[in-house]
Design a binder for this molecule. Structure first.
Ligand code: ADE
Length: 228
């Protein structure tokens, strides 16, 4: 998979690119590039945003600036881009990311991720250049960079070779293997701490019983709703 992230703060992704699962994925063919909107802005003085028509607080990322950045990168009219590859515009009001959406994105050969800033995007960017408006939750961040890292992290850890064990992304929270339920509880040594015992079944070595217990726990959590 090839991922391009468009941002005003490419340096914000240096930490992310150094993470082990991301480096593992690089070794298995992942391409990850950050593109700075400012590098190709057609405006003077590196300007990329402007005040909103109709008034109001904050600044809005300009449509001509994003168009120039996309055109410079892909050498096509950015209006045609969403027909060729998934272009995600990160915005709090978009489709909320969940495990099924992540699976969908992880199956793509190429992703373009557009980070907004300040008050976000000129709406024409979302309407004409993006295939999807994506939200990581119904709250507002100061910019799209953290949201982009969340999306990329969730997608990249699904790619073959990203995680140590091929199984690790298979039987985890919200996966089909667990019927879409949250994951069962995990325990490690010591088997007893302050009188708190690890469930006996996990110490039994009886794999079929352990599997059944875990599935029951997942189902119970699904019926319980969010954990404290
Ligand atoms: N940009 C600002 N807030 C966001 C959110 N919650 N999800 C995606 N992008 C955002």
């Amino acid at each position: 998979m090839k991922i391009d992230v468009f941002t005003l703060f490419p340096e914000a992704f240096e930490w992310f690119e150094g993470q082990r699962h991301v480096r593992n994925a690089f070794g298995s063919g992942l391409g990850f590039a950050c593109v700075n909107y400012r590098d190709t802005t057609p405006l003077t003085g590196g300007q990329v945003d402007d005040t909103p028509f109709g008034g109001g607080a904050g600044m809005v990322l300009r449509v001509d600036v994003v168009a120039a950045a996309l055109e410079a990168r892909y050498r096509v009219d950015p209006q045609h881009l969403p027909h060729r590859r998934r272009v995600l515009a990160l915005t709090p009001g978009g489709r909320v990311l969940d495990d099924a959406f992540v699976d969908e994105l992880a199956a793509e050969p190429e992703l373009t991720v557009l980070c907004g800033r300040y008050e976000g995007f000129d709406e024409r960017i979302i309407e004409h250049f993006a295939s999807d408006a994506v939200s990581i939750g119904r709250y507002v961040l100061a910019g799209g960079e953290l949201a982009a890292m969340v999306v990329c992290d969730a997608v990249i850890r699904k790619l073959p070779g990203a995680l140590g064990h091929a199984e690790s992304a298979w039987e985890e929270s919200f996966s089909a293997a667990l019927e879409g339920a949250p994951e069962y509880p995990h325990y490690t040594r010591p088997a007893e701490y302050r009188g708190w015992r690890v469930p006996e079944v996990l110490l039994s070595g009886h794999h079929a019983n352990i599997k059944e217990w875990r599935l029951e726990q997942s189902r119970a959590r699904a019926n319980q709703g969010p954990q404290p």
